[in-house]
Design a protein around this ligand. Structure first.
Ligand code: FMN
Length: 304
């Protein structure tokens, strides 16, 4: 038996539930020589703001045990730059394109959403309300239920595209944040973004990152992400996209059993660009071995 991997998530048809995560795969062309994009379920592109944005000062990445801390600060070419330069390339490929968006104000989030409405080849918007590396916008919106509700509602009012808020991990009750997204019109939820983190050079006693702190990602955060996905799945019925430290099919399968309908590979793309493709193969093999005909049967299948 060859198991079926295709899914429809928030109205988006995908040939498999495996994506590449925002900020870890550029806009597509950067990886196209290494990875056949047509084999991926979706690409979530690096976060886009209304105008081009230069990000933080360097150094803005440091490797630590079990992962990396980054403080890129959402560098990007802006809406017009992205659509003009990258959408013609992405449209030529057979995969869903999810655009990760952010703003410094509520109005900016709404305006970015407006600009993407009707853009050919864009399948959904992922709303980043959880970046730990920018002073305005990003995480400042995702840390209270009230501002989370406002951003989701503001974006909902401006677009017919499916919207997918992306949650921060460092909140006291992830289920409450997931629920507020669902109640304000989200079609799905992505979780998690990186954890606020810091590294210090003990010789100079200075923070290694110019931004002082950044976001921890990679294998170190995976078990924490599994718990958060499990909790979020209990709180909502809309689909979840899980990410956090996936390096193998096992990690992805764990997320799906905990409650995710789809998964995204992030930091692992830097060390092994073929990780997402290996996850797809491993998932197919697992389903065949377990005699499961459709990947959806795995979702929320945890036995307690
Ligand atoms: C270098 C880097 C850049 C990132 N940029 C973004 C971004 O622009 N928008 C966003 O929502 N998440 C961004 N993220 C977070 C990832 O999409 C992901 O949520 C996080 O890294 C956890 O997954 P991982 O452990 O598999 O990397 C970035 C992560 C890294 C490592």
């Amino acid at each position: 038996m060859t198991p079926t991997l295709d899914i429809t998530l928030a109205g988006i048809r995908m040939k498999n539930p495996v994506m590449v995560a925002s900020g870890t795969f550029g806009y597509g062309p950067e990886y196209a020589d290494l990875v056949d994009l047509n084999k991926l379920g979706a690409i979530v592109v690096k976060g886009i703001s209304l105008e081009p944005w230069g990000g933080n000062k360097t150094p803005r990445m440091v490797e630590v045990s079990g992962g990396l801390i980054n403080a890129i600060g959402l560098q990007n070419p802006g809406v017009a730059g992205f659509i003009g330069k990258y959408m013609p390339f992405l449209r030529k490929h057979d995969l869903a394109v999810i655009v990760n968006i952010w703003g410094k104000t509520l109005e900016e989030y709404a305006e970015v959403a407006t600009r993407f409405d009707g853009v050919e080849g864009v399948h959904a918007l992922e709303i980043n309300i959880s970046c730990p590396n920018v002073k305005a916008g990003g995480s400042s919106f995702g840390t209270t239920l009230e501002s989370t509700a406002k951003v989701v509602a503001a974006v909902r009012a401006k677009t017919k595209l499916p919207i997918i808020p992306k949650l921060a991990p460092n909140v006291s009750d992830i289920g409450a944040f997931a629920k507020v997204c669902e109640d304000n019109g989200a079609d799905a939820i992505s979780l998690i973004n990186s954890f606020p983190a810091m590294a210090i050079d003990i010789e100079t006693r200075r923070p290694i990152l110019a931004n002082i702190s950044g976001g921890l990602s990679g294998p170190a955060i995976h078990p924490i992400a599994v718990k958060l996905v499990y909790e979020a799945a209990k709180a909502v019925t809309i689909p979840l996209i899980a990410l956090g430290g996936i390096t193998s099919a096992k990690d992805a399968i764990e997320f799906m059993i905990a409650g995710a309908s789809a998964v995204a590979v992030g930091t692992a793309n830097f060390t092994e660009p073929l990780t997402a493709l290996n996850v797809i193969d491993g998932l197919r093999n697992y389903l065949a071995r377990k005699n499961i005909s459709r990947v959806q049967e795995l979702v929320r299948s945890i036995r307690i």
